[in-house]
Design a protein around this ligand. Structure first.
Ligand code: G4P
Length: 537
């Protein structure tokens, strides 16, 4: 391995922030970018959101609702590290992209609103992390507001997420009496002066709890802190790095993102704890980041915001080797060569042409629809990275075409938009309906608007009572011949024709009104497995 490759791998941290809407993800992102010198002004992230949405018409939805529809990648430097932060929209109307982004990171920062504890979206996102055994670092936010007690918060986290936690810091007071955080490892007190002086971001580091300044400044809270930390001594999980790296234990930090309190401590610890780019599995072997030959996979496709160009951006995570501008890569699925001269990199403020990229980096490859989610690029080896799943949608709508003359455009539009991966297209085994499935209702509005804008098709989405999607896999006993297998499939298809559909890739799916019916069908057909996710590769 070249020394340069080794150095670049070890200085990279590729991560995502997950949270429930309003827990403070945007605020904390902004603070991280400020520390990284990537932005100069607080408020820039939100301002950028609205600038971007103003650039395209269909993204007006984004502006109207004040939420970010598309995920973005932001790279910035901190200390001597190169950090790649992958954004995951946390609004209720999040999409499969949100989940899939988590397949491209090596660690996750989880932000929790300390007044609310673990909320639904966090729970869902963490399930994906657990599946991948991704290390998670937790930040309890909004300690400057009335919040749950720190012990209750840890308890809530352990119970709700089934994850052990080790506090690294401990809050002193809460809400209007929030005085700072105690570092449980080096025993210093990070005293927060804001409450006293009415100014954000002022702090003083006290060497320990016994110094005169601590006694004077903390008052009665000092006694409570001593009691709580003694309690913790017996009750808290001891730190275990191996368990953390396997995603079984999370270090917990307390603070207030808005007041920029506890965020730098979090970022510093994050840089020390979060792992550099990790090995990745393929269908044939494990790829190590330090391999000299380049490889990477696509985890997200995004349509160009500019409606005059049908280009799409394929976001690729570099898994091994070094990418250089103008490199000839093999697009493994099609077997075609691609000379990549115009790949983009995403600095917080801007995008620019990539000259060089290393494992852990995300590059954007513009294309006209030839690249799909889960596609692998290599220098020649026929690798196929696994673990990029498609998740079962939870909402379904039937597409109604208002002008029957536009059937062809509708099909093309739906296929192309759904190939990007934020929603899924289904066709019944019998009949000609188009059914779109998504994880969030906003996706239907986005697709409707895009069909109109980009394909000049007026379509409406009608509600359906379907709620459950499972992919069908047949498990035949050893010795089953191909004709027997085909017969079993035909029998199953005949028995449940009304419930069966094909997804965009031609996989057989069962769409039902209730989970109960799907479970019933699974029970009645022991040779059939019904799955919640399907691997894309
Ligand atoms: P999100 O991306 O996770 O959805 O959350 P975001 O950062 O947008 O924060 C949601 C709201 O919570 C914002 O208020 C934000 O200012 C506030 N907030 C974030 N961190 C803290 C904190 O540590 N303490 C307190 N008190 N509030 C915090 P907003 O009124 O919805 O928006 P805005 O007026 O700030 O734009």
């Amino acid at each position: 391995m070249s020394a340069e490759l080794d150095r670049e791998i070890h200085r990279r941290r590729t991560f995502a922030i997950i949270s429930h809407p309003d827990a403070g993800k945007t605020t904390i992102t902004e603070k991280l970018l400020l520390f990284g010198g990537a932005i100069q002004l607080a408020g820039a992230v939100k301002a950028k959101k609205s600038q971007q949405s103003a650039r395209s018409d269909w993204m007006a939805i984004e502006k109207e609702r004040g939420i970010s529809v598309s995920t973005a990648v932001m790279s910035f430097e901190y200390r001597d590290l190169a950090l790649n932060l992958l954004d995951t929209p946390g609004h209720n109307d999040f999409s499969e992209d949100t989940f899939r982004t988590l397949t491209a990171v090596d660690s996750v920062l989880m932000v929790i609103d300390a007044a609310k504890g673990v909320e639904t979206q966090t729970r869902k996102l963490l399930e994906v992390c657990r599946l991948k055994r991704t290390p998670v670092i937790t930040f309890m936010n909004k300690l400057d507001m009335d919040a749950m007690g720190p012990l209750d918060l840890l308890d809530n986290l352990e119970k709700e997420l089934g994850m052990k936690c080790t506090p690294f810091t401990w809050p002193i007071g809460m809400g209007p009496h929030f005085k700072g955080v105690y570092d449980l490892r080096d025993k210093t007190v990070n005293f927060y002066l804001a409450a006293q002086r009415g100014r954000r971001n002022e702090r003083e580091i006290l060497p320990d709890l016994e110094c005169d300044a601590a006694k004077e400044l903390l008052g009665l809270d000092r006694e409570t802190l001593i009691e709580e930390t003694e309690l913790l001594h017996g009750a808290a999980q001891p730190w275990d790095e191996q368990q953390f790296l396997r995603g079984q234990l999370t270090p917990v930090f307390f603070g207030s993102a808005l007041n920029n309190f506890g965020v730098k401590e979090l970022l510093d610890c994050f840089c020390d704890l979060a792992p550099p780019p990790q090995p990745r599995e393929t269908t044939t072997r494990i790829v190590l980041p330090e391999e000299e030959k380049f490889s990477g996979f696509v985890f997200k496709i995004q349509a160009n915001m500019d409606k005059n160009h049908r280009d799409r951006m394929a976001f690729l995570r570099v898994c091994s080797g070094n990418f250089r501008r103008g490199m000839r890569l093999v697009h493994v699925r099609t077997g075609k060569d691609l000379v990549v001269r115009n790949a983009m990199t995403f600095l917080a403020r801007d995008r620019s042409i990539v000259e060089d990229a290393w494992p852990g980096d995300i590059i954007g490859i513009p294309n006209h629809g030839t690249i799909r989610i889960a596609d692998t690029f290599t220098e020649g080896e026929a690798l196929s990275f696994t673990g990029v799943p498609s998740f079962a949608p939870e909402l379904f709508r039937r597409v109604r075409l208002k002008d029957p003359m536009k059937a062809k455009q509708l099909q093309k539009g739906l296929e192309q938009v759904c190939e990007e991966g934020a929603a899924q297209l289904f066709r019944p085994l019998i009949g000609s309906d188009y059914i779109v499935g998504a994880l969030g209702a906003l996706q239907f509005e986005v697709i409707e608007a895009r069909l109109k804008e980009e394909y000049s098709v007026d379509a409406a989405f009608d509600g359906m009572s379907l709620q459950n999607c499972r992919w069908v896999a047949f498990e035949h006993p050893a010795g089953t011949t191909a004709p027997q297998a085909a017969q079993l499939r035909r029998t199953f298809e005949n028995a449940y024709t009304k419930d069966l559909f094909l997804d965009g890739a031609g996989n057989l799916c069962l769409l039902t009104e209730t989970r109960f019916r799907a479970d019933y069908i699974a029970e009645k057909n022991p040779g059939v497995r019904l799955r919640n996710t399907v691997e894309l590769h």
